[in-house]
Design a binder for this molecule. Structure first.
Ligand SMILES: Cc1cc2nc3c(=O)[nH]c(=O)nc-3n(C[C@H](O)[C@H](O)[C@H](O)COP(=O)(O)OP(=O)(O)OC[C@H]3O[C@@H](n4cnc5c(N)ncnc54)[C@H](O)[C@@H]3O)c2cc1C
Length: 340
């Protein structure tokens, strides 16, 4: 059995690690970035309660990658007060180093974005873990994605604007600005906004607090949930995993844990596409509801009487999964942040 894993982000790295263990399988990874330029474009925030288990499955210790352990997250509501969320497991971590360690000893061809027909003649299974790009699967109509920009910056000691996680919610939940500490004065600051005012926010922040810019990146995040990202296969040899099939929690634009979960579902169901499809739809069912809520808020069509039950379901989901989200979830905070 020959498997190509195309795209070495969180999902691809996890798949390389897990599938390369099988001696009957020859797994080859392809990453379009050159090895020395390979980056994990992302703010690197996640929940250690979940990542610890996923990392352990790959024979690694998540503690070794943690950069900043969050205690509190301040959410600024732009002139309408602030919300202080107690964190219980939210961290920033060295995502790139974990990807590199997960794939250590596996066969990866860097600087390669192979053509589909090339792969089809050489491989039995082609896994599309190209994230937003989804190059090897049928195009989707009516997609929703949010454009983002991010800087990695360094502040002089003692000059950091904030000591912990900080968010600024944009009006109508159209997006948010983030400030995620990475330790040693380094921080990821960035923003995503459906209304495309994110660049202006980030520029303003950069001008306000003196810092050294290390790197600037930008890419959209797919928010369309798995239910609307079908088909997950092209009906031939290609199968999607991770953000390529919409595994991003739409309320937060958080894709690390969901995409790694999705990769694990593929490992478990590699030879049964019907079972894989079912498992993905089941696991990420709530994402459709969350997505609907976000769309209603952004378009100003949210109505508490009509949609209150959905909001309650969303709250109950997050409340019952505080450990998974790494934060204390309160209805009063949710109402304030959603500006209801
Ligand atoms: C600015 C920003 C900040 C974010 N912050 C967070 C955060 O803090 N926490 C969180 O949980 N989520 C965050 N996300 C979302 C998260 O990064 C993604 O949802 C998650 O990384 C998806 O994982 P993936 O492996 O499916 O895809 P990706 O991580 O996108 O990896 C895809 C890989 O495929 C490669 N590739 C693309 N096309 C090809 C091709 N044709 N051939 C070969 N290789 C290809 C890319 O170079 C990349 O390495 C953020 C996203 C953005 C854009």
């Amino acid at each position: 059995m020959k498997i190509a894993v195309v795209g070495i982000g969180v999902a691809g790295a996890y798949l390389m690690n897990r599938l390369s263990d099988d001696h009957n399988t020859h797994v080859v990874g392809f990453e379009r970035m050159q090895k020395d330029e390979h980056d994990a474009v992302c703010a690197w925030a996640t929940c250690e309660n979940v990542m610890a288990g996923l990392t352990k499955t790959c024979g690694l210790n998540f503690d070794d990658y943690v950069l900043h352990n969050g205690q509190h997250m301040q959410v600024d509501l732009e002139g309408k007060g602030t919300v202080d969320i107690r964190l219980k497991g939210m961290v920033s971590y060295d995502k790139l180093r974990l990807i590199q360690d997960m794939t250590r000893g596996t066969e990866i061809k860097f600087g390669r974005a192979p053509r589909k027909d090339e792969l089809e003649s050489d491989f039995d299974i082609i896994i599309d873990s190209t994230g937003f790009h989804r190059n090897y699967l049928p195009r989707l109509g009516n997609e929703t994605w949010i454009p983002c920009v991010q800087y990695k910056v360094r502040y002089h000691p003692g000059k950091e604007p904030f000591g912990d996680f900080y968010l600024r919610a944009f009006p109508s939940m159209s997006g948010y600005f983030w400030y995620f500490p990475l330790g040693n004065g380094q921080v990821h600051i960035g923003a995503g906004d459906f209304l495309k005012s994110h660049n202006h926010f980030v520029d303003e922040f950069l001008n306000k607090y003196d810092c050294e810019v290390i790197k600037k990146v930008g890419r959209p995040v797919r928010l369309t949930p798995p239910e609307n990202c079908e088909p997950f296969t092209d009906g031939r040899k290609s199968i999607g995993a991770g953000e390529s099939i919409g595994t991003v929690y739409p309320l937060l634009g958080e894709g690390i844990i969901p995409s790694t979960w999705c990769a694990e579902l593929l490992v478990q169901n590699l030879h049964d596409m019907t079972a894989y499809r079912q498992a993905v739809l089941e696991k990420f069912k709530i994402y459709s509801l969350v997505f609907k809520f976000i769309k209603l808020k952004i378009t100003g069509r949210f109505n508490m009487i009509k949609h209150g039950i959905d909001m309650l379901k969303l709250y109950r989901h997050m409340k019952s999964e505080e450990e998974r989200y790494g934060m204390n979830v309160k209805m009063s905070d949710m109402l304030k942040v959603s500006q209801i």
